[in-house]
Design a protein around this ligand. Structure first.
Ligand code: ACO
Length: 438
């Protein structure tokens, strides 16, 4: 008998079962055989928020939350941030290996030549209110793009899938920048295919009357590093949304719109926007202790702190702090940085945060850098979604090629009423449920 098994005794029946352990996990479906009676459907696992359930086997990102390690395809995040470019990392995430020189040239060419969007998308943009949140516009126009590419439905055709990957990685900066320009009432700036991925994005965001936009190389590089750090993060809420929607064989434009919607939440990719709003609310270093006191009293959470997986310093936050110094050399220091540093200092010494292993996450400093680079606060979630597109697509392709995957369909533990007869209106009594009014 192999040692790689788990023996389970069901005390309801006295029966014993042996289930295999593979990769330090048991298959939940192996528990189905455990039944208390003949008509029992079998034992399930209950795991709200998937705290301890692996939903897939993956070879893309590795995280050791206790040690603060993040690797893409085995390459440590700090090495990639130091030596690579965003498009190279996007290639690595999607295809598993760093590209050769000619592969990178082809990849860059293909991304560069898909940056334009159909002119009709501008009309969709124009339909939004002047103060519409750019993330709402970004999500909607991503979904709208699917209507221009009906071929994207051929998700099992690898060549066709490849084309959608070029299109999506190329077009997300255009959508994001156009949403911003609409928001501030400026004419759209078209992509410039002579520029790098990052420079072109800055061009579409900030170009005014100059004939040719030239990005500051320090800011261009900082954007590349931030994009690398945000490119993937294994099975987080938005990646799980991408896989979940994709498992229904939805086209990648709509699946990505769903993933971006998940990212928009303040507990996920919306956190960097919330960090900036929080720092502005705190207003000065002197107010930090009072703010921390309110956090500890449970009034609200310290945004940019804590992580489901990292119970140590988020390795991305460490790299971002370095980038911040380089950016501030060019832009001048943002006074919010002092508040952030003080907040971090006090929190890291405080018993409440120490006991709960709450450390700054990737979003704690990224917002301050983005603000110094002139990005408005409501663009922050969009700035997260643009590089995460490559990670979402890598997760999506892996899911489609995994023979063990099917349409996502969790089970439930049903605790509600069972069969009862319909009650006519005149016989109904007022019931004190949420939302009911006397
Ligand atoms: N501020 C204060 N207390 C916190 C914070 C925080 N930011 N985060 C967690 N806690 C406390 C909780 O109140 C809880 O305390 P308790 O045990 O006394 O009840 C304990 O720490 C554990 O918290 P959970 O909610 O169980 O932790 P979980 O793993 O579910 O949450 C999350 C992770 C959502 C990231 C959380 O830390 C949080 O809300 N952080 C602020 C939002 C944020 O920065 N999100 C960005 C995450 S990174 C990303 O998505 C890119």
């Amino acid at each position: 008998m192999s040692n790689n098994t788990l023996t389970i005794t069901d005390n309801r029946t006295g029966k014993q079962y042996e289930v295999p352990i593979e990769n330090n996990a048991i298959k939940a479906i192996d528990l189905r055989q455990i039944k208390a009676s003949e008509d029992d459907v079998g034992l399930m696992t209950y795991d709200p928020a998937f705290m301890n359930t692996a939903s897939c086997k993956s070879r893309i990102s590795f995280i050791d939350g206790d040690k603060g390690i993040l690797e893409y395809r085995g390459y440590p995040i700090d090495q990639l941030a130091e030596q690579s470019s965003y498009l190279e990392v996007a290639y690595l995430l999607l295809y598993g290996e760093l590209p050769t020189e000619s592969q990178l040239k082809d990849w860059t060419y293909n991304i560069t030549y898909h940056t334009f969007i159909n002119e009709s998308i501008k009309k969709v943009m124009d339909g939004f209110h002047y103060d519409a949140h750019p993330m709402g516009m970004f999500i909607s126009t991503l979904g709208a793009l699917s209507t221009f590419y009906p071929d994207a439905k051929k998700i099992h055709d690898a060549e066709c899938r490849q084309k959608q990957i070029y299109r999506l990685i190329a077009k997300v900066p255009t959508l994001g920048a156009f949403a911003y320009r609409h928001r501030i009432g400026m004419q759209y700036a078209y992509p410039d295919n002579d520029l790098s991925y990052e420079s072109n994005f800055l061009n579409m965001m900030f170009k005014t009357t100059e004939l040719k936009y030239e990005a500051n190389p320090v800011l261009e590089r900082a954007l590349s590093v931030l994009f690398i750090l945000h490119a993937d993060h294994e099975q987080n809420c938005s990646a799980s949304a991408m896989r979940g929607i994709g498992s229904a064989e939805t086209d990648p434009f709509n699946a990505l719109a769903g993933a971006a919607a998940a990212l928009y939440g303040p507990l996920h990719g919306g956190a960097n926007e919330m960090v900036l709003r929080m720092l502005k609310e705190i207003g000065s270093k002197d107010n930090v202790p009072g703010y921390i006191k309110r956090v500890k009293a449970g009034e609200f959470r310290l945004m940019g702190f804590g992580h489901r997986v990292y119970k140590n310093y988020d390795p991305r936050a460490r790299i971002i702090k370095k980038v911040a110094d380089e950016v501030f050399e060019v832009t001048g220091k943002d006074p919010l940085l002092d508040i952030a540093v003080e907040l971090e200092r006090i929190a890291l010494e405080d018993e409440y945060f120490v006991k709960r292993k709450l450390y700054p996450n990737v979003d704690f400093y990224s917002g301050i850098i983005y603000q110094a680079m002139r990005f408005p606060v409501d663009m922050f979630p969009v700035l997260f979604a643009i590089p995460r597109t490559s990670g979402w697509l890598a997760q999506w392709v892996e899911m489609l090629e995994d023979k063990e995957q099917k349409i996502a369909r969790p089970r439930q533990i049903y605790l509600g009423h069972r069969t009862r007869d319909y009650v006519p209106m005149e016989k109904r009594k007022f019931s004190d449920v949420a939302g009911a009014k006397a």
